[in-house]
Design a protein around this ligand. Structure first.
Ligand code: GTP
Ligand code: MG
Length: 197
């Protein structure tokens, strides 16, 4: 995808009715702070169009980024953010769930995990849900710049074994710093967009 124009078009809070969109959507899921908003910025080649923060819990709404009037990248609030009340995080979980199960335009999910760590229980639950939903997905391992190059394959294998997938499922390693992985991720997203579901 060659990004020509981007527009943050719709922001849904926990009480909003979720948009019924006509353009295909690709959603980014992952725990708080994993780098979802940073990946969106890299994909759209803007430094800080999507707000990011070193403090988890930055994105608290569903944000629909219209790319080229062709598709939406949907930034979801992260899960596993411990500093909000149980009640609040339940509301977010419900909102995310309502969107993922209800959107007619959703063509794929990018599941993000931090390349440094073994996927958490919540990551595994999310991934199991994605697999059972039959929504096409890609896996992105973020923060590639935080581990030595020699360890990349080992870390990818740790993720594969936690997610119970084999070598045939690619894991796209990505760094917001070097932008490594960006073009491969765009190609994978483009493939999800043409995939007939
Ligand atoms: P929530 O909105 O809280 O769900 O978080 P998020 O998943 O959108 O994470 P965000 O993009 O805000 O990034 C969280 C922090 O990680 C920020 O301080 C980013 O600068 C940092 N970060 C994201 N990606 C990378 C990366 O590839 N490498 C490094 N070194 N830092 C990263
Ligand atoms: Mg965010």
């Amino acid at each position: 995808m060659i990004v020509k124009n981007v527009n943050l078009e719709v922001v849904c809070g926990i009480t909003s009715k979720i948009k019924d969109s006509t353009l295909p959507e690709i959603a980014l899921a992952g725990r708080s702070n994993v780098g979802k908003s940073s990946l969106i910025n890299a994909l759209i080649k803007r430094k800080s169009y999507a707000k990011t923060s070193s403090t988890p819990g930055k994105t608290q709404t569903l944000n629909f980024y219209n790319v080229n009037d062709m598709m939406y990248l949907v930034d979801l609030p992260g899960y596993g953010y411990t500093r909000v009340s149980r009640e609040e995080s339940d509301k977010w979980a419900k909102m995310i769930n309502r969107y993922l199960t209800g959107s007619k335009a959703l063509r794929g999910i990018a599941q993000l995990v931090d390349i440094r760590h073994e996927p958490s229980t919540l990551d595994k639950q999310m991934f199991e849900w994605i697999k059972s939903s039959n929504i096409p997905y890609i896996i992105v391992a973020t923060k590639l710049d935080k581990i030595p190059k020699t360890k990349v394959d080992t870390h990818k294998n740790i993720i594969r074994s936690a997610f119970k997938i084999d070598e045939s499922t690619p894991i796209y390693a990505f760094s917001m710093r070097s932008k490594a992985g960006r073009e491969e991720i765009w190609s994978a997203i483009d493939a999800l967009l043409v995939h007939k579901s």
